[in-house]
Ligand binder design. Structure first.
Ligand SMILES: Nc1ncnc2c1ncn2[C@@H]1O[C@H](COP(=O)(O)OP(=O)(O)OP(=O)(O)O)[C@@H](O)[C@H]1O
Length: 569
């Protein structure tokens, strides 16, 4: 490659017009302006040169004598000055008068434009050669001027067989011919490429230069490519639909209002209110002690709502570690944090169109409460580590066994979130306050456990019912369920009686009053406590967590103790 040295030029000024020459030379890459002279130090030429840190002098003689200048352009127009410059200049410096100087500049400018055009052409041709779409260009008369490599790949027609042909002859029904005829854009034209028979979808547009139509360009893709893409899309859609269906199956609501048993006034009032709430889209806050049936109500509300065919997603706010709650709710992008190896959808996204059940909402931290409030208001959020806003349509049902109002007073629960959740408040009274519900519940549970345990228990004795009605059920319906199930596991008779149940009931009853507490070995007492806690909270993971909490031991200790007493429990 030949590297040309930049031409060093000096200008001897001649008033206002000199600044145009200066600007033209300054814009040229091959030129280096080395000096400027004008008798007026404030002429535009001098001011510009000073700004550019180019040498300036009011004495043209000084510039004329300078060494290393290739060319002095004399714009003074004075024959005397011109002659003086000729005399003073070093031998290697050439001098040009204004006329010749301007001619030189215009030649240089043209050359520069040419170089620029060449560069542009190179860039354009790299682009046209690398695109996947076929491109064909014809002039105003329909003569084909250009085809790119993709054209040959798609149609099988070599460049040499196409260029110079007339589009009105080789492809008269194509988008290019149509565009040249109508001088309008053609979009989504489905046709066979003349001379190849390949079916394509094409777009064509006129080429306009200085307001005149010079020709047209067509860009097309074979239909097979588009059909392939559509096929892929169809496959992906089917997978997505199937996944949604499976999510629905896994996460759909399991219970309906028919599964809720009770005859008491308060039960019926709660049930009526829940049924009404199911018809609306309002947020519901279910409040009630542990084991009163809050989750059952949440399922039933979803099932009776318009969202029944969409997912029902449960999040237990107390069971998820704080650090994971945000990602659990809103999902995360791949690489959002160490361990985020793939993009994960959050519960809000999974519940889209359906219901999100937020259990133990009172245990949510304040940071997440703020985020939840925003999502409840706008129904939009970003995944952790993501920037794209995701919009969802989710109905929220929240539940708690804690006194949310007291938490608000303590500053542990946001008041605004409390009111946002509490659009419909569903209070489920404890079982001890609706004892009429106990007999129908017992009946329901006997049927349920006969099926589950393969038993044939036909009923329960009046004394046994009395025993159960008199008990205060701190673990509510869940505890009643556990007592009945345990009794049925051991019962040989077909009627449940006092003797089957009293061993569980008696323990709870006496625990409160020390007067009647039977003195027993401590390990027996421990077993009794373990039994009581499991009966109250259930044997699921959730139940065991609660049992451990109530016994003030860790879950691991609970498991150890259960292992230890396995035979006797
Ligand atoms: N009215 C009812 N009719 C029939 N079964 C009920 C009723 N209420 C509760 N249950 C049963 O009691 C058990 C506990 O109910 P559920 O899990 O819904 O309670 P919860 O209030 O959500 O408890 P927690 O606060 O501990 O999560 C479940 O097995 C449920 O089926």
């Amino acid at each position: 490659m030949v590297v040309l040295r930049r031409v060093k030029i000096g200008i001897i000024g001649g008033g206002r017009n000199s600044s145009g020459v200066y600007k033209a030379l300054k814009a040229m890459q091959q030129v280096e302006l080395v000096g400027v002279s004008d008798t007026d130090p404030f002429s535009p030429l001098m001011v510009m040169a000073q700004k550019d840190k180019v040498f300036t002098t009011e004495f043209f003689e000084e510039l004329a004598q300078m060494k290393g200048i290739d060319l002095i352009i004399d714009l003074s127009g004075s024959p005397e000055i011109h002659q003086k410059i000729q005399q003073l200049k070093p031998a290697e410096t050439a001098v040009m008068d204004a006329k010749a100087g301007r001619l030189l500049i215009s030649i240089l400018q043209e050359k520069e434009q040419l170089l620029e055009t060449k560069k542009l052409k190179g860039e354009l041709s790299a682009i046209l050669n690398s695109v996947q779409e076929a491109i064909e260009v014809a002039d105003n008369n329909g003569v084909i001027k250009y085809v790119n490599p993709a054209f040959t790949r798609v149609t099988g027609i070599p460049e040499a067989n196409r260029i110079g042909k007339n589009i009105f002859e080789v492809s008269p029904h194509g988008a290019l011919a149509q565009c040249l005829t109508t001088q309008q854009k053609v979009v989504g034209h489905r046709t066979k490429v003349g001379g190849s028979g390949v079916e394509v979808i094409s777009n064509a547009a006129p080429i306009v230069v200085d307001g005149e139509i010079e020709g047209a360009v067509v860009v097309f893709q074979p239909i097979t490519d588009i059909l392939k893409l559509m096929e892929e899309l169809q496959k992906s859609n089917t997978i997505i639909e199937n996944l949604y269906a499976s999510i629905g199956q896994i996460t759909g609501s399991k219970y309906t209002f028919d599964d809720l048993i009770g005859v008491s006034k308060s039960f019926k009032a709660t049930l009526e209110m829940a049924k009404k709430a199911a018809k609306s889209d309002s947020t519901v806050l279910i409040i009630g002690e542990s084991g009163t049936g809050k989750e059952l109500y949440a399922h039933a509300i979803h099932h009776a709502s318009n969202r029944r065919n969409k997912p029902f997603i449960k999040v237990n706010c107390a069971a998820i570690p704080e650090s994971l709650l945000e990602s659990e709710f809103f999902g995360h992008e791949k690489g959002a944090f160490t361990g985020a190896v793939r993009t994960k959808l959050g519960k809000f996204e999974l519940a889209n169109g359906g219901t999100l059940f937020l259990d133990e909402i009172g245990d949510m931290n304040l940071f997440l409460q703020a985020k939840l409030l925003r999502v409840l208001q706008d129904m939009e959020f970003e995944r952790v580590g993501g920037t794209q806003t995701i919009k969802v349509d989710v109905r929220v049902v929240a539940a708690t066994n804690r006194d949310l109002k007291a938490l608000v007073r303590k500053g542990a629960f946001r008041e605004d979130l409390y009111y946002r959740l509490n659009v419909v408040e569903l209070y489920i009274p404890p079982l001890r306050e609706r004892k009429e519900d106990i007999p129908p519940l017992i009946e329901h549970l006997i049927v349920k456990f006969n099926r589950k345990l393969g038993k044939r228990v036909r009923g329960i004795s009046p004394e046994a019912i009395q025993l159960l009605v008199n008990y205060h059920w701190p673990g509510n319906v869940r505890e009643l369920e556990n007592v009945i199930e345990r009794a049925m596991v051991t019962a040989e008779d077909d009627i449940l009686s006092h003797k089957h149940l009293s061993q569980y009931i008696g323990q709870f009853e006496t625990l409160g009053s020390t007067q009647y507490v039977e003195v027993m070995p401590l390990d027996k007492m421990e077993q009794l406590m373990l039994k009581a806690a499991l009966a109250r909270y259930g044997e699921s993971l959730e139940g065991k967590k609660k049992a451990a909490q109530a016994l003030n031991i860790s879950l691991a200790t609970l498991y150890n103790k259960l292992k230890k007493y396995k035979a006797s429990l």
